[in-house]
Design a protein around this ligand. Structure first.
Ligand code: HEM
Length: 131
């Protein structure tokens, strides 16, 4: 266990229940993406690896194991998204798919707000085109 977390505080990762919770969140999200006419085409046909990388990333971001960086290196998310044309429309579609997934998981208000704030901020940061 990371020494910084010995004591009363728990990470978000621990609080929600670990890996299984993030796997379920990501399943919800990609189920939404599957039927999203705005952004489905940006993703590969087979979403298996997308699911794994997204799950690992979110686990790492919220204080869990750092498998994402072990396998993929520094996140550099904006750079990794550069190959995909992401305008306001794509960003909003992505955010709607993720918001619905977070709500479906029914976390505590505190965790829901923290996650939605993060996703709002980070998805806006991913915009790389005007169209
Ligand atoms: C909070 C905002 C976002 C986060 C945390 C996020 C996270 C990620 C991660 C971790 C990956 C996998 C990178 C890797 O291969 O290591 C990824 C891939 C991808 N993301 Fe995002 N993303 C965000 C926003 C967006 C937005 C707004 C779009 C627009 C549609 C988008 C579209 C994609 C696409 C098309 C891929 C490639 C999937 C693949 O190759 O498997 N993302 N994203």
């Amino acid at each position: 266990m990371n020494i910084r977390w010995v004591g009363a505080k728990k990470t978000v990762y621990d609080t929600v229940g670990g890996r299984a919770w993030f796997e379920e969140l990501v399943e919800y999200f990609y189920t939404n993406v599957e039927s999203d006419q705005v952004i489905r085409g940006l993703y590969p046909k087979d979403l298996t690896l997308s699911k794994k990388n997204t799950t690992d990333f979110l686990i790492q971001y919220w204080g869990g194991p750092t498998d994402y960086s072990t396998n993929r290196g520094h996140p550099r998310l904006r750079m990794r998204h550069a190959p995909f044309a992401i305008g306001t429309k794509e960003r909003d579609a992505w955010m709607n798919d993720m918001r619905e997934a977070v709500n479906a998981m029914n976390p505590t208000t505190e965790i829901k707000e923290a996650m939605l704030d993060y996703f709002e901020m980070a998805s806006t940061h991913m915009i790389n085109t005007e169209t």
